[in-house]
Design a protein around this ligand. Structure first.
Ligand code: ADP
Length: 470
């Protein structure tokens, strides 16, 4: 049995802004069958405190946690042990984990998450009520200082660390003058430490000082060691390539269960979806998008490619929110009778879109793993994706060889530009007009393994290697 403390700024279903939360929420159950005893540590945002109850058992009281007193309370998430860092001076605020209700980052984000990392290192070093982790599994920049603090506290000789990159685009960079306020030591403020062009990078701290590093797909791991994708961290990752690996995310296949077993039964869901979003009956493929609106997600490419899809008789229902300019542009696009746009974040709606659609589009410029294409596979809603990151690792492209062998599960376009996207939309529409091929692809897609089964075994193996090395 390996004892692991998983530390993150989000955890589904308590608090979620993206795929990170899904992964952190899924790991404890996925790992339980692999002899891993996992506790999860998250900040006590209002939603989390509400979920565990303000009278949840107190496991420790800590004075002087970055400007105030904090408590560690215990709770449960889906029946698994949860530790909550209740620090009202840092987390008892409206808005989402990272910014206020106007969408601006909290000015003290560096110390808010340094506090989480500090407490993770404290638990690593001293244990909690007789439970002491052998491994800290740290997720993204918010936890990057934990291995540094663990060394400072003297815990690093007994407790190992795995740092997982869910998205390199977020790096937690703050000015060098924050060094002492963040309780970091000057000797690590170097190029070989967490210094990044005169600033402090908590992501780099995690990459440099953790025992092992992972990211969420094998292709993204390779991409991150190249300048086009590494966002300045390619050198560090290349240096640490012997301890750096890519492990694909899975999905909770119980939670993402299609309301049919035969894809032919999608017909009634398609009719219902058309009705819900106000699209007329049509012969072409009904596509959906379920996404944050950001440059990463390639929504601008999609806007440019829409006329091509519509010319081929396709329809599209878009569900998403984010960038205000993109929201406005999609609203304008929705004037077309074959385009529906719903601005918002709505999970039940996302499920109805998946059940009713023929195709899910994921035109991301980069995609560490991506979850929506996995939901698409599960629902027989064929993914049309950019050839990058986890999108490259999870889809078998419908090229001539794939179709002839009857193994294709979706469509991949490359290079990642609007021209290639248009080309692939045309190819997809061609295949859609061949029902036998389409059905074969749907059945292939639905029979892919998208659960956590294989990946959780890989995490369990890394944890036990880390623990054994201490
Ligand atoms: P990222 O974490 O970069 O946003 P992922 O594909 O890894 O991308 O995860 C996105 C998660 O958020 C998925 O679970 C997806 O279904 C969900 N999601 C994104 N936008 C919406 C939305 N507008 N409504 C409902 N769910 C959404």
């Amino acid at each position: 049995m390996t004892r692991v403390l998983s530390v993150a700024s989000e955890c589904f279903p308590l608090v979620k802004t993206g795929g990170l939360a899904d992964v952190v929420g899924a790991l404890p159950a996925a790992l339980a069958t692999h002899d891993v005893d996992m506790h999860t540590l998250v900040p006590g945002y209002p939603a989390v405190m509400h979920a565990i109850g303000h009278d949840a058992p107190i496991r420790a009281t800590l004075t002087d946690i970055f400007g105030g007193t904090a408590r560690i309370r215990s709770g449960q998430v889906d029946g698994h042990p949860l530790l909550v860092l209740e620090a009202p001076h840092l987390y008892d605020r409206p808005g989402n984990p990272y910014h206020n209700t106007n969408g601006s980052d909290w000015g003290d984000n560096a110390s808010r998450f340094a506090a989480l990392s500090w407490v993770a290192a404290l638990i690593g070093t001293h244990g909690l009520d007789g439970w002491s982790p052998q491994v800290l599994h740290l997720h993204d920049w918010q936890t990057g200082f934990a291995p540094v603090y663990l060394r400072q506290m003297g815990g690093a000789s007994r407790v190992g660390t795995l740092f997982t990159i869910h998205n390199i685009a977020f790096q937690g960079v703050v000015g060098g003058q924050e060094l002492f306020w963040l309780r970091l030591r000057g000797e690590d403020f170097t190029m070989d430490g967490f210094e990044y062009y005169g600033h402090i990078s908590s992501l780099k701290a995690g990459l440099v000082f953790s025992d092992r590093i992972s990211t969420v797909s094998p292709t993204y791991a390779q991409e991150l060691m190249r300048p086009e994708f590494g966002r300045g961290m390619q050198g560090v990752l290349h240096q640490r390539r012997d301890v750096f690996t890519g492990i694909l995310n899975g999905i909770d296949t119980d939670a993402w269960q299609p309301p049919y077993t035969d894809p032919a039964d999608k017909a009634s869901h398609k009719a219902a979806l058309r009705k819900e979003v106000g699209l007329p009956e049509a012969d072409g493929p009904l596509c959906v998008v379920i996404s944050r609106f950001s440059e990463q997600k390639g929504m601008d490419l999609l806007l440019q490619a829409l006329p091509t899809l519509l010319r081929h008789g396709g329809q599209i229902a878009i569900l998403g929110n984010g960038d205000r300019a993109l929201e406005a542009a999609f609203r304008r696009a929705a004037r077309h009778s074959s385009v529906s746009v719903h601005i918002g974040y709505d999970e039940p709606r996302a499920r109805r879109y998946l059940a009713g659609a023929d195709v899910i589009l994921v035109p991301s410029r980069f995609e560490p793993c991506g979850l929506t294409q996995l939901y698409g596979l599960r629902f027989g809603t064929l993914p049309l994706v950019a050839l990058t990151g986890g999108l490259a690792d999870t889809i078998v492209h419908a090229n001539a060889a794939g179709l002839r062998a009857g193994i294709s599960t979706g469509f991949q376009f490359n290079p990642i530009d609007s021209e290639a996207l248009c080309g692939m939309l045309s190819h997809m529409c061609d295949q859609f007009s061949r029902p036998a091929i389409w059905r074969r692809m749907q059945l292939n897609a639905m029979s892919q393994s998208v659960s956590w089964q294989a990946s959780s075994a890989e995490y369990a193996a890394i944890y036990s290697e880390i623990a054994a090395a201490k």
